[in-house]
Design a protein around this ligand. Sequence first.
Ligand SMILES: [Zn+2]
Length: 268
Amino acid sequence: MFDSHCHLDRIPHRPDAALARARTAGVKQFLIAGVEPAQWRSALLWAQPGVFLSFGLHPWWVSEHPMDVEEATANLELFLAEHRPQTHAIGETGLDFRRATGSTIQDAQRCSFERHIAAARRLELPIVLHVVNAHTEALRMLRSCELPAKRGVVHSFSGSAETAAEYNRLGFRISFSGAITHPKRHKLHRAAASVPDDMMLVETDSPDQTPWERHPAPNEPAFLIDVISRMAILRDQSPEEIARITTENALRLFECDERRELQTAPTI
Ligand SMILES: [Zn+2]
């Protein structure tokens, strides 16, 4: 199983033990999503076979630092040039209008998003998208720019089947998280049932988004099995099939070549 979006580096208590528990449970690959400049270098310490990294500026960070976007995105590009062998994606980036109601902050999120798209295009990397309460605007922006060849993934998808299909049409995969384990998220359940096999990924987003039946425990990658089991029910496929397809999709999207990881020791 491949946990296509987690924050192993932010699990508060013994993240190394959480990684070991996940491996025992059969989760063998992980993508650690980038959130802010202070976290990029510490994330490098996690680079190892099976643990892949993405770097970016989370829309929440942008909301808190709207005046720093230009400098931070310039620093991101320098950082990526220096650490290209350890980089498998760019992000998180995107729009979160639940956390940004004023136009200054929304504009800062748009500016950061545009710069991440341009960097992904230049560096030929996929993008990890965080979009909440802003799918219409995110889709408008994606349609009006030149997209990176590898496109990317909408992480912890929260929209409808129709919205998922719009992202799919642009070449973006959809990643489902513990949100689908909530019994009342019917619109999201329909989306999870509708995405084509080759466009779906699964994730925990741990330590956030604990699956329904694990509450109140903090989330961890070992709980990916809950997301996969729920996907299997919603899609009328076996958990093994969901696990195999989503692992293959993530390995392909993030170009996870284990040999490349072993050859390149991280430089910190
Ligand atoms: Zn995340």
